[in-house]
Design a protein around this ligand. Structure first.
Ligand code: NCD
Length: 325
């Protein structure tokens, strides 16, 4: 039986295929539990979880909070606007203070790429203090590994061994394409290694100006028009344009962007078996036509539902690992 040996979950690159399949096994059980009339389990009883979101979030924050509460954890939320961060305290001091209150698991979202790595490597073990586990709920434009995991779990449940069994060996052979603003997307940066580790073929589609400079190193295929991506892919993960993270002028006009990269009703009619994912928040009428978000092929709300189950699985595996050590 495979053992999950990670103290922190900061990057998708940490996980092996076996780690993912183990997480999916637990997530499948938790999804059944979420569909049942039982409201609470005690797998995380006595575990203290702090949600520290230094950047806006709707889905991810609520999803982690529900996941931790359904497992019986003690959950505390921390709003950065109401905290001493606004009085000039450093991130490291803020986190050391939170940890001094005996926190087991810190779930953090931060504006800066690499914030979690910095904390995990810098705030070592002064005076023999035991450090809590850190889970990355999004760091700048770097990574969002639990979003990547829940996207992979959603596809795995639909097409993999747990679903119609079409891909019985992980997601080997699945053709998966991320569409849109890849350059500023932490979701894309976590999706790419996770889907590749599960055996999928991964592509990206979007304007050259919204591609990351290290595209070659990522080992993905590139499409320059949505029609080509639709023709090739079994599933599309459609991303919004991250206006808040980009300089002006990376796309000519929104109309041209929509025409070349927007997913439209006609694409679903052309390829009825195509699955559509989106991490949210959706900008209806831009990256996808409103009808596409609500179509039968859209897995968008399935992703949200499975997100809770995946986060429950991850919290349980990390908490178990802490007690083993
Ligand atoms: C994403 C995020 O915040 O990284 N959403 C999410 O967590 N579900 C994607 C985005 O902001 O576009």
């Amino acid at each position: 039986m495979h053992t999950f040996s990670h103290r922190h979950f900061i990057s998708a690159y940490q996980l092996s295929r076996e780690d993912m399949l183990l997480t999916f096994r637990h997530a499948t059980e938790y999804l059944d539990f979420l569909h049942s009339s039982d409201r609470k389990k005690d797998d995380l009883s006595g575990v203290s979880v702090v949600l520290a979101f230094f950047e806006n979030s709707t889905r991810t924050r609520v999803s982690f909070e529900i996941a931790a509460k359904r497992l019986g954890a003690e959950v505390t939320s921390f709003q950065s606007a109401a905290s001493s961060v606004s009085k000039g305290e450093t991130l490291l001091d803020t986190i050391l203070n939170i940890e001094a209150m005996k926190v087991d698991i810190l779930i953090m979202r931060h504006l800066y790429s690499g914030a979690h790595e910095f904390l995990a490597t810098r705030h070592g073990y002064p005076n023999g203090r035991v450090m809590g586990s850190i889970i990355n709920a999004g760091d700048g434009q770097h990574e969002h590994p639990t979003q990547g995991l829940l996207d992979a779990f959603t596809i795995y449940q639909k097409f993999g061994a747990a679903g119609n069994g079409f891909y019985s060996d992980g997601l080997k052979g699945l053709k998966y394409c991320l569409v849109g603003d890849i350059r500023h997307s932490r979701v894309a940066r976590s999706n790419i290694p996770l889907f590749k580790a599960l055996g999928a073929e991964v592509a990206v589609c979007g304007p050259g100006t919204l591609m990351p400079p290290d595209l070659d190193a990522l080992g993905v295929r590139l499409f320059n028009h949505i029609d080509e991506a639709v023709e090739w892919a079994d599933a599309l993960n459609v991303l919004r344009i991250q206006h808040e993270r980009m300089e002006q002028g990376l796309i000519p006009t929104l109309r041209e962007y929509i025409s070349c990269f927007g997913v439209k009703r006609k694409h679903l009619q052309h390829k009825p078996q195509l699955a559509i994912l989106h991490p949210g928040p959706i900008n209806r009428g831009i990256e996808l036509e409103s009808d596409v978000a609500d179509a039968a092929q859209s897995l968008i709300l399935s992703q949200v539902e499975r997100g809770v189950a995946v986060r429950m699985a991850l919290l349980k595996l990390i908490a178990e690992n802490r007690t083993r050590k």
